[in-house]
Design a protein around this ligand. Structure first.
Ligand code: SF4
Length: 295
């Protein structure tokens, strides 16, 4: 049986005095019967695949619908122009999120983290961050266990599916996972304090995207999905920054996850990946759908 609450996750880390990533590694080995070495090998492959997806990006590729493609290239040109408002790592994060979302729309190989629609969030923060801080692949792989732990709990208590819980369940979950991961990578506190800060980052990320609906135009994981990866990634960074500053979520993370489930259950079906409501239901969204159906 895997982890069912963040409270349990944190308590295991504290009682065993092992970091969060090790709790998830041990849980994975118990559940699947594989060795620690085999588990780490699999996680390393996922990380390499994320990096390879980023490298394989081609700004000239377009999705079959032609709705998506090239925005990662435009972002790169903008960064090189030196005109970025925020500067630093943020424009790089935006670029990576666009690239990965576009790779998914163009049917390239990506890592669902936790889903294909939200595949851009984790690599968008980790790839630039690894370069900026010169972090080893081994350390990034450990941090991916932290994200997997939080993702597993969200999936258990709520959902990671847009069709079930809206986009909050996809981009929101990815953002929460990435935020906790960043805190793990940045914090030099004790095992116990890091665990608490990861939980706060997860809670704040999820809270910030609570209620986000799933409204893909023409039912394609393209518009608004690619750009939502950007907000998921940037939200992950801002929530991680707050958690690292010692700012806490007033609502405990497990209750935030449960609230996400409640909100997801209340969403009408038109806002749960049916391609009918929200942006999909706009005049332009319907025109695009009509065109797609008549190609
Ligand atoms: S809008 Fe729906 S399909 Fe698109 S990323 Fe969000 S949850 Fe996935």
């Amino acid at each position: 049986m895997g982890l069912t609450s963040v409270k349990e996750f944190i308590e295991l880390s504290k009682s065993k005095n092992i970091p969060l990533w090790q709790v998830v590694l041990e849980s994975d080995c118990d559940d699947t019967g594989i060795t620690k070495e085999e588990s780490i090998e699999k996680m390393t492959l996922l990380w390499q695949t994320m990096k390879n997806s980023s490298k394989s990006y081609n700004k000239n590729d377009k999705s079959a619908s032609k709705l998506v493609g090239g925005d990662g290239g435009l972002m790169q040109e903008y960064i090189l122009s030196g005109k970025s408002i925020s500067g630093g790592i943020i424009p790089e994060v935006i670029k990576e999120a666009l690239k990965m979302g576009e790779c998914n729309a163009c049917m390239k190989r990506i890592v669902a983290a936790p889903t294909a629609g939200s595949c851009g969030v984790l690599p968008a923060v980790l790839i630039p961050f690894q370069k900026q801080r010169n972090i080893s692949d081994e350390e990034i792989v450990k941090s991916l266990y932290v994200s997997a732990g939080f993702g597993q709990i969200i999936a258990y208590r709520a959902s990671i599916s847009g069709a079930e819980g809206g986009c909050q369940a996809e981009i929101g979950s990815a953002s929460a996972m990435a935020s906790a991961t960043l805190v793990y990578l940045c914090s030099d506190d004790s095992i116990s304090d890091v665990a608490d800060k990861c939980a706060n980052a997860c809670a704040m990320s999820l809270k910030n995207l609570l209620g986000l609906v799933c409204d893909p135009v023409a039912g394609l994981v393209e518009v608004p999905c690619v750009k939502r990866n950007v907000i998921g990634a940037v939200n992950a960074i801002s929530s991680a920054e707050m958690a690292l500053a010692g700012i806490e979520s007033k609502i405990p993370v497990d209750e935030v996850i449960d609230a996400m489930k409640e909100v997801g259950d209340l969403l009408p079906s038109s806002l749960r990946e049916t391609g009918k409501g929200g942006l999909a239901g706009t005049v332009t969204g319907q025109q695009i759908k009509f065109m797609m159906n008549n190609i």
